[in-house]
Design a protein around this ligand. Structure first.
Ligand SMILES: Nc1ncnc2c1ncn2[C@@H]1O[C@H](COP(=O)(O)OP(=O)(O)OP(=O)(O)O)[C@@H](O)[C@H]1O
Length: 300
């Protein structure tokens, strides 16, 4: 079993004389939510379409769940699902009929279908025609259908496009719920930088068809501020799993800790709880992604 759900190596793609993907290389690990950012025309959609086999790269290798997309297409595609551009729903059918139709084609169990009904949170609206749904409802239905066959990897191209603020908040909670309940990793592209910051646990950047190093500040997105009953003890405990330079004592009862992943967050909280340190508050340290983005890509 591969340690990655997605491996993209040296992808190149040209449209006519225009070389739009230049040696694009990155990986996605199980259970990661990776945000894919870059200005208009940078190559995000083209990369995603290559991964979904909607267009073919000129060279390079794409492996999904260890299966090479060009050599073992069926297995590679069976491990992934995608929402690219508009959700492919039947608008003159109800939400329930849309789900049942695809469930029938994919031979999905009754229990799973019930889970998907719940996942969409459409409730009574499940029996109304999809044409009357809001963008957010259509998207939840499409997401439910996308995860029905339990893919290990999900691709979302600009999932927050066209959603109002309520829809965006709902999308976030839907994706968080998805991560908590399904064995899945997600790669999503977005221009909503605030959303990327809140949703992704890693960010990858592309510019003019080339992957570029995310600025180190973006990796600090895992910084958490812990307000605790005993700062000295909490500091000593945090030092057992995080290097000294990643911990800052920022107030009498608080410390800011830069973590590498969510597992480390659980580890630190577990250590505090075991040592009976009271956690008065835990907050993700919000950073200004927009200014970092401008720094990387210049004025857009
Ligand atoms: N079918 C196509 N034929 C010709 N050029 C294309 C085609 N698809 C994409 N391109 C070009 O490839 C480049 C990358 O486009 P792509 O859609 O991948 O960028 P993007 O990062 O997704 O941008 P956006 O955020 O605006 O969606 C652009 O210059 C675009 O014009």
């Amino acid at each position: 079993m591969s340690q990655f759900v997605l491996e993209v190596s040296n992808l190149n793609k040209s449209f006519g004389k225009k070389h739009v993907l230049k040696d694009v290389t990155f990986n996605v690990k199980p259970h990661e939510i990776v945000g894919f950012i870059g200005p208009n025309g940078a190559g995000k959609s083209t990369t995603m379409k290559c991964i979904c086999n909607l267009i073919f790269p000129d060279s390079g290798v794409i492996k999904v769940n260890g299966h090479d997309l060009s050599k073992d297409r069926e297995k590679a595609l069976a491990s992934q699902s995608a929402l690219i551009e508009s959700p492919g729903l039947y608008m003159d059918m109800t939400g329930r009929e849309n789900i049942k139709l695809i469930a029938g084609l994919r031979k999905i169990s009754k229990t799973r279908i019930e889970e998907i009904y719940d996942f969409t949170e459409l409730r009574d609206a499940l029996d109304r025609k999809a044409s009357g749904y809001s963008m957010g409802m259509k998207q939840r239905l499409a997401l439910g259908i996308a995860i029905m066959s339990k893919p290990r990897f999900l691709i979302l191209d600009e999932p927050s496009n066209g959603l109002d603020p309520t829809g965006i908040i709902h999308l976030r909670s839907t994706l968080e719920h998805l991560m908590a309940t399904e064995d899945i990793a997600i790669l999503f592209s977005s221009h909503q930088l605030g959303e990327v910051e809140k949703l992704a646990n890693r960010i990858i950047c592309i510019n003019q068809g080339r992957m570029i190093e995310p600025p180190s500040a973006l990796n600090e997105q895992f910084s958490y501020i812990f307000q605790v009953s005993n700062q000295a003890k909490a500091n000593a405990l945090a030092l057992t799993c995080v290097p000294k330079e990643k911990i800052k004592l920022i107030a009498e009862d608080a410390l800011r800790v830069e973590l590498s992943n969510h597992e480390q967050l659980d580890e630190v909280i577990g250590l505090f709880q075991k040592s009976k340190i009271k956690l008065l508050d835990v907050q993700k340290d919000v950073m200004d992604v927009e200014s970092i983005y401008k720094e990387v890509y210049g004025a857009l």
